[in-house]
Design a protein around this ligand. Structure first.
Ligand SMILES: *Cc1c(COP(=O)(O)O)cnc(C)c1O
Length: 357
């Protein structure tokens, strides 16, 4: 039985993508070779890379001057690569601390400049997105985490600031339109939440922000290296990029990020309505900041936690255990999650209520 996978990451991808990727491992486009053995300099793979870059540009409406890159090292490498590339000696950046990933990103950034935490929801257990703060002057950028995967909070509106936004979009990239892209200086996202398998990281950078002297940064860690070589300076992660490209093709076929947003809204509404209605469960994030991607909730009677998890697993719903740092439950309902699976989970919650209340 194919399971309903509510895991936060690595996570669900569209069934069509799994099928096509599996076939490409055996025989890539009828070439008689596996995608895993073709040269990363071959024409066949260059086409994959070109299409992947182009899909990012098309889906997110990237203007001139923005470069999509497929890198390695996960979003965690971007925590330091971003300040390394965007801050010159003595410069400063502003960070908003909205969770575990945000706080890791600012900790790494401190190695490369003065980092000021201009707002934080830490004292309230990261249950909301801070909005009332003013940015002082002199910052090169403001770093935010658009969707807090662990705590289930998400920015509904982008901060109105007069410096470029740098955004960790690891868990909500391609889940909705970005609006006016010119407010962003840099966007990064590990693939394994909403774009593809683990192993590649999408970075979108506004080229004019890169001001270091050439040769000053280690070659591999200078975005300009990868811009010049179109993400193929060294051997890129061929398979993760290929599967990400297939997923982006799928997003486009479904109607793009606008269609994704409509679906994601419908799925999230269904689940939050049940959490709010069902006397056994309670949501943990502040309502106005609730994520459309990761839905955390707890039981009013915590002693039933194991029972609920076992009940769900028996029915084929997996990945519902909350992050080890917060406990409870978390249903991740990324782009590829069909609404039928969310309906199924809602029915399980109703059945559990009938049994235990
Ligand atoms: C998962 C996650 C990360 C870490 O990603 P890696 O690719 O494992 O380094 C960073 N930020 C956010 C928001 C995440 O969800």
């Amino acid at each position: 039985m194919k399971k309903h996978n509510f895991s936060a990451g690595p996570s669900i991808l569209p069934g069509e993508v799994f099928a096509e990727a599996a076939e490409a491992v055996r025989d890539f486009n009828g070439s008689g070779l596996s995608i895993l053995e073709i040269s990363h300099r071959s024409e066949a793979f260059s086409e994959v890379l070109d299409e992947a870059h182009q899909l990012v540009r098309d889906l997110l409406n990237l203007p001139e001057g923005y470069q999509p890159l497929f890198l390695t090292g996960g979003a965690s490498t971007q925590f330091f690569m971003v300040p390394m590339n965007l801050l010159l000696s003595g410069e400063k950046a502003a960070y908003v601390d909205t969770g575990a990933w945000a706080s890791k990103s600012l900790k790494e950034a401190r190695r490369f400049g003065q980092i000021d935490v201009v707002a934080s929801s830490k004292d309230d257990g990261y249950t909301f997105i801070p909005k009332d703060y003013t940015l002082g002057s002199g910052y090169r950028y403001l770093h935010i985490t658009s969707n807090n995967t662990i705590y289930g909070t998400q920015y509904r509106a982008w901060p109105e600031v007069d410096v470029p936004l740098v955004v960790d979009m690891s868990s909500d990239i391609f889940s909705r339109p970005l609006g006016d892209v010119s407010r962003f200086g840099l966007i990064y996202a590990g693939a394994q939440k909403n774009m593809g398998p683990a192993g590649t990281t999408l970075v979108i950078v506004r080229e004019d922000l890169l001001r270091h002297a050439l040769g000053e940064l280690p070659t591999m860690l200078d975005y300009r290296t990868h811009i010049a070589k179109k993400s193929a300076f060294n051997t890129p992660p061929v398979f993760p990029i290929y599967v990400s490209m297939l997923t982006l093709r799928w997003v486009k076929e479904q109607g793009g990020v606008e269609a994704m947003e409509r679906r994601n809204l419908a799925k999230a509404r269904l689940l939050y309505e049940e959490i709010d209605r069902n006397a056994l469960f309670r949501g943990t994030a502040r309502r106005e900041d609730r994520s459309l991607m990761n839905v955390p909730f707890v039981l009013e009677r915590p002693e039933l936690e194991q029972d609920f998890l076992a009940f769900c697993e028996e029915a084929g719903c997996v990945g519902l255990k909350g992050h080890r740092s917060v406990g409870g439950f978390r249903a991740s309902i990324y782009n590829a999650m069909p609404i039928e699976s969310v309906k199924f989970l809602v029915e399980l919650m109703q059945e559990f209520e009938r049994r235990f209340s």
